[in-house]
Design a protein around this ligand. Structure first.
Ligand code: FAD
Length: 306
């Protein structure tokens, strides 16, 4: 006999949506997260592409999603999952805190992604002390300062628009041209204090004790440039947070959880949803859609097991 019908690992948009669908399918559900419920949207200023919401602050959307799970009495606990094992169809989830162990018939993996680092010289030295991966967390301290954003995709452009309204100058250094949503790119290009350097390779960072600036090189002309700044924000892509599932043998070469159209992995009763699975578009709306499908698949599996 398992402790729960279903354990959901991760309480971002994917995990919370999965928990709503699973609870409404009458499954007993435990949702685990090492941090506060909400996932990456907690640190997102404005979400403008979630159907029906117009523009909504990420933390506000996270609170509304969590309240919805609590209206359905979904059990939630702060735990960092370290491993998942399968024996005779029963799934055992091992956590770091208090060596807690839970069992379930089915598990949905919703652990999302984390920001990728450039891997250049001095980056680690200034991490958290001049280099940040979260404009919402550290942007307010940059009022009136010179700031650089590295990256040109959706996250980089959205967060640059937010930062440009606070800071004195915003310089964007990106490997290609801006590749984000054209409307957002146009808005950013039209902001007076923004300068964009496309087709650049970041070489390193410099400064005495404190970050002094960034050094980069044109991939077209080879010209090197140094831009002095107080703070750098990096938005250059994501790495899946799936290390704790590596022994299950269900990850692809990049570390993403391999799933089919029903969000099922190759292991019966283990499903994946959201940013941590193999897919093309990593957004709130697709994470929620995955979570709904994974929960329906898990409900069918649990009924079969019982
Ligand atoms: C800066 C930025 C701006 C964005 N802007 C937008 C936007 O405007 N519109 C949009 O649609 N999308 C946006 N996104 C993308 C969106 O945030 C993600 O697609 C979405 O959050 C994915 O949801 P998820 O539930 O799959 O994963 P996540 O939100 O990453 O949640 C994963 C959860 O799993 C937990 N977790 C991880 N490992 C463990 C473990 N071992 N044990 C327990 N818990 C664990 C984490 O703590 C986290 O809470 C943005 C992302 C960023 C970074």
């Amino acid at each position: 006999m398992a402790d729960y019908d279903l354990i959901i690992i991760g309480s971002g948009p994917a995990g919370m949506t999965a928990s709503i669908y699973a609870a409404r399918a009458n499954l007993s559900v435990l949702m685990l997260d090492k941090l506060a419920p909400g996932g990456q949207i907690i640190n997102t200023n404005e979400i403008q592409n979630y159907t029906g919401m117009g523009t909504i602050n990420g933390a506000e959307l996270a609170i509304q999603m969590f309240q919805h799970t609590q209206e359905l009495q979904v059990a939630f606990d702060y735990k960092t999952v370290r491993e998942v094992k399968v024996e005779d169809g029963l799934k055992t989830v091992f956590c770091e805190e208090d060596d807690a162990v839970y069992t379930a018939y089915a598990v949905i993996l919703c652990t999302g992604t984390r920001p990728r680092m450039l891997g250049v010289e001095n980056e680690k030295q200034y991490a958290g002390n001049g280099i940040s991966w979260c404009a919402i967390c550290d942007g307010a301290a940059c009022r009136g300062k010179d700031v650089v954003v590295v990256g040109g995709g959706n996250s980089a452009v959205e967060e640059s628009i937010y930062l440009a309204e606070i800071v004195k100058s915003l310089t964007i250094v990106t490997m290609f041209d801006l590749t984000a949503d054209p409307m957002a790119c146009d808005k950013l290009r039209g902001m007076e204090n923004v300068k964009i350097y496309p087709y650049q390779d970041v070489l390193d960072f410099y400064g005495e004790k404190k970050l002094g600036g960034i050094h980069f090189k044109s991939t077209e002309t080879g010209e090197e440039k140094r831009v002095a700044c107080d703070q750098v924000f990096e938005y250059i892509g994501l790495t899946p947070t799936t290390e704790c599932f590596k022994d299950l043998g269900i990850l692809n070469e990049m570390g993403y959880v391999k799933v089919d159209a029903q969000m099922a992995t190759e292991i019966p009763g283990i499903f994946g949803a959201g940013d941590c699975v193999t897919k093309n578009l990593r957004q709130v709306i697709t994470a929620c859609a995955d979570g709904a499908i994974a929960a329906q698949s898990a409900a069918r599996y649990v009924q079969g097991m019982k």
